[in-house]
Design a protein around this ligand. Structure first.
Ligand SMILES: [Zn+2]
Ligand SMILES: [Zn+2]
Length: 340
């Protein structure tokens, strides 16, 4: 039995595919004409929105800035995973309708004398990064912080924190610090909406954990970037260690050297103690996935935990941390002003 030509139709259809050339897929804006974007840097993958009109008119083809990490890449690198997935589905649907049609015909011919139970199935894997929060829009919207760049007037929106304008890269340390803190507070305030929107208990627990812990991490980063920028304004000659301002003791000493005052002159010893603990907890979240190690216990003397346990960050602790970093930053800004 020779079945030469069994797949003739399919082969023809496959050959035809090479002639399709481009398949165009349109990506929709949201109701407010904002457009989803994602940082292409593997370490960041930050998602944000930008007003469609500004994307077309204000953002250059050569340089788009990530609002979170400052990564710069040309404008066709900023597709979100969801958009790429959508484009793949649309393209696959077009291709597969041709192929499946041809396959079906070939199979019908072949099956004329065969039992009829053949299957063709396709699976598409969706690659999800663990750090992104995927929530229903009703929950996301109150968390979203809308920002207008004071320099180029570009409109964009983020969840949590932003430091750079995507169009011009402008970074005003103080303004961004305040915006970031507002964004974190907005996210924490939306926790009740999150509770109302998610019925699955495990998903809810993880989502809240993620929002609260992101809040702490973003608060420390916002503080660090702001005081770093302030420091560069008053002393542009002395080189300081990268991330020096993530360490409160080290940061305090740096300020003592340039403005004559350390953190202990701006907030009480108790508050400084609490803030140090919060910073150490952020360190655990960033480096040990929140698992308590010896270094943490030595530095904080936190009696609530033993080595190997996972920390539990509370909303109130993050809110207190926000208040304290705000106090420190305001004091530093004042001191820097009086020094100039
Ligand atoms: Zn980025
Ligand atoms: Zn700008």
């Amino acid at each position: 039995m020779t079945k030469n030509g069994m797949f003739d139709g399919t082969i023809k259809a496959l050959e035809g595919l090479t002639k399709i050339g481009k398949i165009s897929v349109s990506i929709q804006d949201d109701e407010e004409d904002y457009f989803d974007r994602e940082c292409p840097s593997e370490d960041c993958l930050f998602q944000f929105k930008i007003l469609s009109e500004d994307w077309k008119n204000k953002v250059s083809d050569e340089a788009v800035h990530c609002p979170n990490c400052g990564h710069v890449a040309d404008s066709d690198k900023w597709w979100t995973k969801e958009q790429i997935e959508h484009a793949k589905q649309v393209a696959l649907a077009q291709i597969s309708s041709r192929i499946f049609g041809a396959l079906r015909k070939d199979a019908e011919n072949w099956n004329r004398n065969q039992p009829k139970n053949s299957f063709i199935s396709m699976t598409i894997k969706v690659d999800n990064t663990p750090r992104q929060i995927s929530l229903p829009p009703a929950v996301i919207d109150p968390m979203r912080l809308k920002i207008t760049c004071p320099k180029c007037d570009c409109h964009y929106a983020v969840i949590g924190a932003a430091y750079f304008c995507p169009a011009c890269g402008h970074n005003s340390a103080e303004q961004q610090f305040r915006l970031s803190l507002n964004g974190i507070r907005q996210s924490l305030n939306a926790l009740d909406d999150v509770r109302a929107a998610i019925s699955d208990k495990d998903v809810l627990k993880n989502t809240i954990l993620l929002i609260v812990e992101n809040g702490l991490q973003n608060a420390v980063t916002a503080f660090q970037r702001c005081v770093e920028a302030k420091y560069c304004e008053v002393d542009s000659t002395t080189k300081i260690r990268r991330n020096a301002f993530q360490n409160l003791a080290e940061g305090s000493q740096i300020w003592k050297d340039v403005i004559g005052k350390g953190y202990d002159e701006f907030i009480s010893a108790d508050d400084l103690f609490l803030l140090k603990r919060a910073f150490q907890q952020r360190h655990l979240l960033a480096h040990t996935q929140g698992i308590v190690d010896e270094n943490y216990l030595v530095k904080t003397n936190d009696q609530r935990y033993k080595i190997g346990q996972r920390i539990v960050v509370k909303t109130e602790e993050v809110l207190a941390c926000l208040q304290l970093v705000e106090k420190l930053v305001e004091a530093i800004i004042l001191e820097c002003k009086s020094k100039n």
